[in-house]
Design a protein around this ligand. Structure first.
Ligand SMILES: [Mn+2]
Length: 367
């Protein structure tokens, strides 16, 4: 017997998603709070570094800068770390960490900082911060770490010293705002800007299925305190370079449709990068274009990563789970936004492998 999907998009894990570990996921109830060890560790640490995942997006960057700045405002010795490149339109968020931003491109950089505590944001741990590092390069060498995350975890996080995990939260920006209120921390204008940038980045400016009432309430609280949504929009969405537009036009021209229009694919090749003069990080948001086509249930952007592999970003329309599809190829993410890495060196080969596997992972195909 098949179940009728709910009428409105549902941010909870979709059928086929791995079960979430460490938290239940109330959509209509009270948001999840940090666990007591998390609060004790955060209160006791002297020297703290807050870091998002590798190549932090607006949410990872906004949440880490917001929390880092708030801890400093409370007189704590805190810094914000980043690893990998940052998309040009989100770089303004780092201005909120002016004077306390450190690059930590390897576990060595973090281990050398003398931190008593790390807080990893928008990811579950070191393997998402340094994806190319071997576990041996960080195991036993890092300070104890806390995790603030809204991704579903396939396994319990045994190495983390304290967990604040809410898979029902729109963004880690929303979670940090809630945490700051619980801790009585001050919201200064740069913190308000960082947290709003985080929330709008992950909710598509309050348009996506993860825009819960709780997310809107948290954002409304930030606006009440003086947060400037229009200013955040102008910095995030109206500050692109001509090179990005050239890259977008080349990438859009590669869009193709499969399975009767249910699946749309788009390429971002090394050749396109060269011809446009754009940087790899200029492609933030491109995958939203194939998803915006009527009838498309699953959109895939294939990006040659410059290291002989292809990164595949997936976006889906409810009830298709991008996360379940990505899991079929060894990746993961959110219900409607997920990713995996294909070992092919070029986009076309990665697309062929993707299409060959779809019968296995996309509901309604292959029967
Ligand atoms: Mn996020």
């Amino acid at each position: 017997m098949s179940e009728t999907p709910p009428a409105r998009p549902d941010p909870r894990p979709a059928p086929g998603d791995p079960p979430s570990v460490g938290a239940t996921c109330p959509v209509d109830g009270e948001p999840i709070r940090p666990d007591p060890e998390f609060m004790e560790r955060l209160a006791a640490a002297r020297k703290i570094i807050v870091m998002g995942h590798y190549q932090p997006d607006g949410d990872a960057l906004g949440a880490s800068v917001g929390l880092g700045a708030a801890l400093r405002g409370a007189g704590r010795e805190a810094a914000v770390g980043t690893s990998g490149k940052i998309a040009p339109n989100t770089r303004f968020i780092l201005e909120g960490a002016c004077g306390f931003h450190v690059l930590a491109d390897s576990p060595d950089d973090l281990a050398a900082g003398g931190w008593d505590l790390a807080v990893f944001v928008d990811c579950h741990g070191p393997e998402r911060i340094w994806p190319d590092a071997t576990p041996g390069s960080w195991q036993g060498r890092l300070p104890p770490y806390l995790v603030i995350d809204h991704h579903v975890h396939a396994e319990p996080l045994v190495s983390c010293a304290g967990l604040y995990h809410d898979p029902g939260a729109s963004s880690t920006g929303e979670m940090v705002a809630r945490l700051m209120r619980a801790m009585g921390l001050d919201f200064t204008p740069p913190i308000l800007e960082s947290l709003l940038a985080a929330i709008v980045s992950d909710t598509g400016f309050f348009a996506q299925a993860n825009t819960t009432a709780a997310a809107l309430r948290e954002a409304a609280g930030l606006v009440e305190l003086g947060g400037d949504l229009e200013g955040v929009n102008s910095k995030l969405n109206q500050s692109f370079s001509p090179a990005r537009m050239r890259l977008l036009s080349l990438s859009l021209a590669s869009m193709e449709f499969h399975l009767g229009g249910r699946v749309a694919a788009m390429f971002l090749t090394s050749d396109m990068l060269e011809r446009s003069g754009a940087a790899r990080e200029d492609s933030e948001g491109f995958v939203d274009y194939p998803r915006s086509v009527k009838g498309v249930e699953l959109a895939a952007l294939f990006k040659e990563d410059g290291r002989g592999r292809v990164k595949v970003s997936l976006r889906s329309r409810y009830p298709v789970s991008a996360r379940a599809v990505a899991a079929g190829y060894g990746g993961g993410g959110h219900v409607l936004a997920a990713a995996y890495t294909d070992p092919s060196p070029v986009c076309r080969e990665a697309l062929e492998r993707f299409l060959a596997g779809l019968a296995r992972v996309l509901p309604g195909e292959g029967c």
